[in-house]
Design a protein around this ligand. Structure first.
Ligand code: GLC
Length: 797
């Protein structure tokens, strides 16, 4: 809706009286216990808990107003810790005996600073500290450094560095617009990282109500605020960016390794309305040899938008249909929204009403809201019994052969002025406590995904599931991949998707993606081609478009575009072994698959706000073209040597280069000194990988040693958790004359990939110039296969 100047009418200015903040005042007493340190002050209490060497927890609330923690984001428990207290009339000091970290400040007024064991100030308060209003708002003001950058905050518009704006966390169904003014979106992840070059720390404001994080740091401070009477945050010491991400995901959990089919290419449309329409699309992919792993069914597959049904006319044989697609290697992912249609004859609705499973007001009235099916009731996902009920219902889909679910509209979205559920609804928690929707709004979608994921996993007999979600909260990575909602077919939205997904990755969500081609608005061939190039290297790779827009399947824009789109979908499959390795790392350590340059080059200032380029893992840099009619761009190469993936051309790092890339070319660069794994083009991820190559890019300048750890498993079961995977470590030492290769099998368990009987190592470098000889080889059998002046290929068996 367009707005007029009336929006800034002086009479409309919010009254300030509600926002008068009172200082927490004087420290009165410190009570030390191994379990918790309680600091009593005039204007409230502060509790300090120890979670791990680098993870501390602080909780501030007004006396007598302590609220229970209900977000479920945190999967760890705090630990007992030895604290030493030192104090005089003016100063207090708390020393953690375990890690030497100390927390100290003035007593009157109470202020609190965190120092490392080396005495470096990590997180400080300035003149202001903690304060409160009489209507339950709590605020914390921290000091900010000029050279500090802020990353994370999940799904937000804007650039990579979040400095200079204020952010509201309140899950909202925003169909439009998505631009720098759009603040609250579908996800709320109130976690950010402060990066100062050599050091970094993280801060996670764990609160499922509305929260605000204000990073306008011009006055040398930043602040965060909650509205529901409790302000609880975690502090992560770092000291590197990667450490902070690992610490945060240690606390809030990491994703399970997804099935391989989930990281293939997915095709979607709102909607493929009939079995035939969906089948024709899949057949077209096969005829045209365009790889495809999944097709999404949007709301039209259902009977009158009733979840857990198929429409008897348009999808009258769902089992046969799904099995047919499975034979072709294609999974069906149906959409499941939380709104259950009000219909006395609909069994699901009956069960929900009879057993009290829907969200209600305090007096027992069910809350009804309008969504796709019309008037609907909303399961009370805050309650464990409801989550189990909802999870079990997925047997319906599993019995039809479905293994993945798409959760949408789970903010929850409601077609009314507030865009969501009435905040007066009182949810019933697992312990049968009542809690207002207002206080838990941001975890409604998260808990729906928990119910879906656990229900699917429990009933899939040891096969991995895949859940995709629009809404979420901190920790959502444990249950679902995230797509960034209703973007548009704008070049600006392609550009926006990079910092958004990069920051999601830094916020623990390694598996994310934006609708390729753009959801709303009409895409163009050129935009689809460029977007597919980016999508091929984004963790979640799905083309999705809205009702009433022009179709955007790969072949919709003529042969030239089809060939480009096909080339990049195929490329995704060639890169699958490499991507899968980084997915495994994400599930082990929580580090993102798709990374901002700053994560790999934290000391290089040029990377600090760079988000039109990104890394895949440690070795690959993607520098996409994201402007219409453009065939060149400036690319920043961090220090070191870089190799053009397509041409082998070398680039000197530590500077910008102007590169050419026609519409068929996505600029991809490999960091010399590193390696990447490459497989073959496949129709889908279940095609057995026969052709595996590990490509080493030798630096031309330095004497060095290189190594690569490959990772593979069956891609569908949990056997890898019993060490049933394949893992090779390849080490290469190279100097001016010698080249020594060592292949170490670290393979565990009984899993043996087909490619293991014959695979290749490819060395890229200037061999003739350097006159290097292959001198030592340590493997079963390694034989030079092809040798040119730029490449040596070795067969391993
Ligand atoms: C929402 C989703 C979109 C979906 C549509 C219909 O707008 O964000 O992806 O296609 O609903 O279900």
């Amino acid at each position: 809706m367009n707005q007029s100047s009336n929006e800034i009418h002086p009479e409309k200015k919010a009254s300030k009286s509600e926002m008068v903040f009172n200082d927490i005042g004087r420290l009165e007493m410190i009570n030390v216990d191994k379990d918790m340190v309680l600091i009593e002050c005039e204007g409230g209490n502060v509790e300090v808990r120890f979670y791990a060497e680098a993870v501390l927890n602080f909780r501030y609330f007004k006396k007598g107003m302590e609220k229970k923690h209900v977000t479920q984001a945190v999967i760890r428990k705090h630990r007992a810790n030895d604290w030493l207290v030192e104090e005089d009339d003016e100063i207090w000091k708390l020393i953690s005996v375990n890690n030497g970290m100390n927390i100290s400040g003035t007593k009157n007024p109470f202020r609190m600073n965190i120092f490392s064991s080396e005495g470096e100030l990590l997180l400080g308060e300035s003149e202001q500290g903690l304060s409160y209003t009489h209507n339950g708002r709590l605020m914390s003001v921290k000091s900010a450094n000029d050279n500090e950058r802020y990353y994370g905050l999940g799904e937000k518009t804007g650039f990579l560095d979040k400095k200079g704006a204020s952010y509201t966390m309140w899950n909202t169904d925003v169909y439009a617009p998505h631009n720098p003014e759009t603040d609250a979106l579908y996800q709320s992840i109130p976690f950010f990282i402060s990066h100062r070059g050599k050091t970094a720390y993280g801060l996670f404001l764990d609160n499922s109500g509305k929260t605000h994080i204000d990073l306008r740091t011009d006055q040398g401070t930043y602040q965060f605020m909650t509205e529901n009477g409790v302000l609880e945050y975690f502090f992560f010491e770092g000291p590197t960016l990667k450490d902070v991400v690992k610490q945060y995901t240690w606390l809030t959990g990491r994703m399970e390794l997804p099935p391989k089919w989930a990281i293939g290419y997915h095709q979607s449309r709102y909607s493929y309305e009939t079995e035939k329409e969906a089948m024709d699309v899949v057949d077209a992919f096969q005829e045209k040899n365009i790889p495809l792993d999944a097709i999404c069914l949007d709301i039209h597959y259902m009977n009158g938008y009733r979840v857990f049904t198929f429409d008897e006319d348009s999808f009258n044989k769902p089992f046969e249909f799904i099995m047919n697609l499975k034979k072709k290697g294609v999974h069906v992912i149906p959409i499941v929204d939380p709104g259950v249609k009000v219909d006395a004859k609909y069994e699901l609705y009956q069960a929900g009403v009879k057993e009290g499973l829907f969200s209600q007001y305090l007096d027992g009235r069910i809350y009804y809201g309008e969504v796709w099916p019309g008037q609907s009731a909303f399961p009370d996902f805050l309650n464990d019994r409801v989550r189990r009920w909802w999870g079990d219902l997925h047997k319906f889909y599993i019995n039809l052969g479905i293994e993945g679910i798409w959760n949408d509209m789970n903010e929850p979205a409601v077609f009314n002025d507030t865009l969501t559920m009435d905040v007066q609804v009182m949810h019933k928690t697992d312990t049968d406590r009542f809690i207002a929707h207002e206080d838990v709004h941001n975890i409604y979608g998260f808990l729906m995904c928990k119910a879906t994921f656990e229900g699917m996993k429990d009933q899939l007999n040891g096969r991995r599931t895949f859940v995709l979600t629009r809404s979420g909260y901190a920790g959502i990575q444990r249950y679902a991949a995230v797509w960034t909602g209703d973007n548009r077919s704008f070049w600006e939205h392609l550009q926006l998707s990079l910092p958004m997904c990069l920051n999601l990755g830094l916020s623990g969500v390694a598996f994310s993606g934006a609708d390729v081609g753009g959801f709303a608005h009409d895409t163009s061939g050129q935009l689809l081609a460029r977007w597919t190039q980016v999508g091929a290297f984004i963790p979640y790779f799905r083309n999705h478009s809205s009702i009433d827009t022009i179709r955007q399947e790969p072949w919709m824009f003529g042969e030239e575009i089809e060939a480009i789109v096909k080339k990049y979908i195929q490329l995704r499959y060639q890169w699958m072994p490499e991507l899968y390795k980084w997915f495994k790392e994400a599930s082990n350590l929580g580090l993102p698959v798709m990374r901002p340059l700053v994560l790999e080059f934290p000391l290089d200032k040029e990377t600090y706000n760079c988000a039109d380029q990104f890394m895949v893992g440690e070795a690959t840099m993607i520098a996409p073209i994201m402007m219409p009619d453009t065939t060149h761009r400036s690319v920043y190469f961090p220090h070191g040597e870089w190799v053009d993936y397509w041409t082998g051309k070398r680039f000197e790092g530590g500077q910008y280069h102007l590169v050419q890339a026609d519409l068929t070319t996505l600029p991809i660069y490999i960091r010399a000194g590193y390696a990447i794994a490459q497989g073959s083009v496949k129709q889908h991820s279940k095609t057995i990988e026969q052709d595996m190559q590990v490509h080493f890019y030798l630096p031309n300048k330095e004497v060095t040693s290189l190594s690569y750890d490959s990772y593979d498993d069956d891609g569908e079961s949990y056997e890898y958790q019993n060490n049933d995977f394949s893992n090779y470590s390849i080490n290469i030492t190279v100097d001016h004359i010698n080249l020594k290769i060592e292949v170490i099998t670290v393979k565990k368990g009984s899993y043996k990939a087909a490619w293991e009987s014959s695979w290749k190592i490819v060395l890229h470098g200037d061999f003739l110039e350097g006159e290097r000889y292959l001198t030592t080889i340590n493997a079963n059998k390694v034989s030079p296969y092809i040798q040119t002046d730029k490449e040596i290929m070795l067969d391993i068996s």
